[in-house]
Design a protein around this ligand. Structure first.
Ligand SMILES: [Fe+2]
Length: 147
């Protein structure tokens, strides 16, 4: 999870931003990139609280989503359709991250994280907020495409 946040922060989101043409979607992803920069340090606090070492693997589903996006994005000739695709990929990633945080928070019920639990909750809340935002952009962009 920590590795996933780092890869999203330093690789996936900056690359995605280069492809996005829509101002609204660009702003939504940029704001979430700023939030995501805080997710890694918060997760490091959680690992410290439980005395565990984070693994350096991107989660397989997150890796597959990023691969799928990268393989198909370049073959979409229409910029407006490509933005719909970028928004859908962003929404899929936020759904995944939200599910991961919900699962970890469920597991954390049986572990005393002390104050570190709030770090997980803040990350989860920001993922939920980002999901709503990109979902709204996805609906708006798809609506514009339909005319
Ligand atoms: Fe996210």
């Amino acid at each position: 999870m920590l590795w996933t946040e780092r890869v999203l922060t330093f690789e996936v989101l900056p690359e995605l931003l280069k492809s996005i043409k829509s101002e609204g979607l660009h702003a939504a992803v940029t704001e979430h990139l700023v939030q995501t920069r805080e997710h890694g340090p918060r997760l490091e606090e959680v690992f410290r609280a439980v005395g565990a070492e984070p693994s350096s693997n991107l989660s397989p589903p997150a890796e597959k989503l990023a691969q799928h996006h990268d393989e198909l994005a370049g073959s979409i000739p229409d910029e407006r359709l490509a933005d719909v695709f970028h928004a859908a990929a962003a929404a899929a990633t936020e759904h995944l991250e939200l599910a991961m945080y919900e699962a970890v928070l469920g597991l954390a019920d049986s572990v005393d994280l002390g104050g570190a639990r709030t770090f997980l909750e803040r990350n989860r809340d920001e993922e939920a907020e980002a999901l709503k935002r990109v979902q709204s952009e996805l609906e708006r962009l798809a609506g514009e495409l339909r005319g």
